[in-house]
Design a protein around this ligand. Structure first.
Ligand SMILES: C[S@@+](CC[C@H](N)C(=O)[O-])C[C@H]1O[C@@H](n2cnc3c(N)ncnc32)[C@H](O)[C@@H]1O
Length: 331
């Protein structure tokens, strides 16, 4: 599939999304944030709702597929003193930080460095499947987004990396170098819903050829050169392209598809799966997976959303949607 012309308005198919479906994006970058350096602080979204969805029982084992700062994990472990938790994350820095936060729970916690697309294999390897619940809080954490050296933010100068796991895989710079103009435009259009994708891709490739693309600010400059500096709907002109590149670099859609495919095999009958997503593409994948599979009873006919209070306190929470399903069998 190729990128549309600048004037095209048709939606293109995405992995797992039917062609023609409307894709609505929301942006995680907090525009009001200042430029202070950040420690590993991530405000947990829908904390109480995730605990309620897991309904932890004594002796139950729960998998946090996106451990991050360990906020949800801590809530589960506190809610049921005899529950155990397995935390997965692809980011070794997150595992380290969460490990410190959860140290007080001792051997009730086990951390695994893996992608959640490999959840089935990871649990098999440690002899822990099936479990009573699995939940995921998708996307990136605030520390990942804010750390200049990770290259995910267009407001902080850093290398054009964007990997959640900086120990493996291709960086965004390497990806842009490898793709030709059309392929790059496709990525920007598909994952950023950016209609000016062709112009932006051409400008990026030109900057690369001229040796002018080393940092995130260079990348933003190349984007602005293509589309101008005007913010549309309060959104920086670089936002969509940065988000698209991050999704492609981390194979976020493919990872979610693999997680959803693996869940029925790892959740025990009557156990629960809960997923918080932050844009409509992810939410649609989750909805389809729970609804279209006899393995699940849908618990949330409509997705749960954060309270007004939580939304007022945490910009990132405003676009969160939580869907919950119960594993069929042994009712
Ligand atoms: C939004 S944060 C989770 C925050 C956590 N729930 C908390 O309350 O502190 C998402 C985390 O998921 C991780 N992550 C994203 N995609 C992943 C994947 N495919 N496999 C494993 N971890 C992933 C990121 O590295 C990040 O640490």
């Amino acid at each position: 599939m190729s990128a549309p012309t600048e004037s095209a308005t048709a939606q293109l198919a995405l992995p797992g999304i039917e062609e023609g479906a409307e894709v609505e994006w929301t942006w995680a970058e907090d525009e009001s944030d200042d430029m202070m350096p950040t420690s590993f602080v991530h405000v947990t979204v829908m904390r109480a709702e995730v605990v309620a969805a897991m309904a932890p029982v004594p002796g139950g084992v729960y998998v946090d597929a996106t451990l991050g700062g360990g906020g949800h994990a801590e809530a589960i472990l506190e809610a049921e003193p005899e529950a155990r938790l397995i935390g997965l994350d692809r980011d070794p820095v997150a595992l380290e930080a969460a490990g410190q936060r959860l140290a007080r729970f001792g051997d009730r916690v086990r951390l695994v460095h893996t992608t959640f697309g490999r959840v089935e294999r990871a649990l098999e390897e440690i002899g822990q499947a099936p479990v009573q619940g699995v939940y995921a809080d998708l996307g990136v954490s605030s520390p990942q987004l804010d750390a200049a050296e990770r290259g995910m933010s267009f407001r902080r100068e850093g290398p054009i990396d964007m990997r959640m796991d900086q120990t493996s895989g291709e960086t965004a710079l390497e990806l842009m170098d490898r793709l030709d103009d059309d392929e790059l435009a496709n990525v920007i259009f598909r994952y950023g819903d950016e209609r000016r994708s062709r112009r932006i891709a051409r400008s990026i490739k030109k900057a690369l050829e001229e040796g002018e693309l080393a940092t995130t600010l260079d990348l933003r400059r190349a984007i602005v050169r293509a589309v101008g500096p005007v913010r549309v709907g309060g959104v920086d002109p670089a936002t969509r392209t940065f988000q698209a590149l991050r999704i492609a670099v981390n194979r976020e859609v493919e990872e979610l598809e693999a997680l959803l495919e693996g869940l029925p095999a790892v959740v025990a009958p009557s156990g629960h799966a809960a997923i918080i997503s932050f844009h409509s593409l992810e939410d649609r994948l989750v909805k389809q997976a729970f609804k279209g599979d006899d393995a699940w009873h849908v618990v949330t006919k409509r997705p749960l959303v954060p309270s007004d209070d939580e939304g007022a306190q945490n910009v990132r929470a405003r676009s969160a949607k939580l869907r919950v399903a119960r594993r069929a069998g042994e009712d």
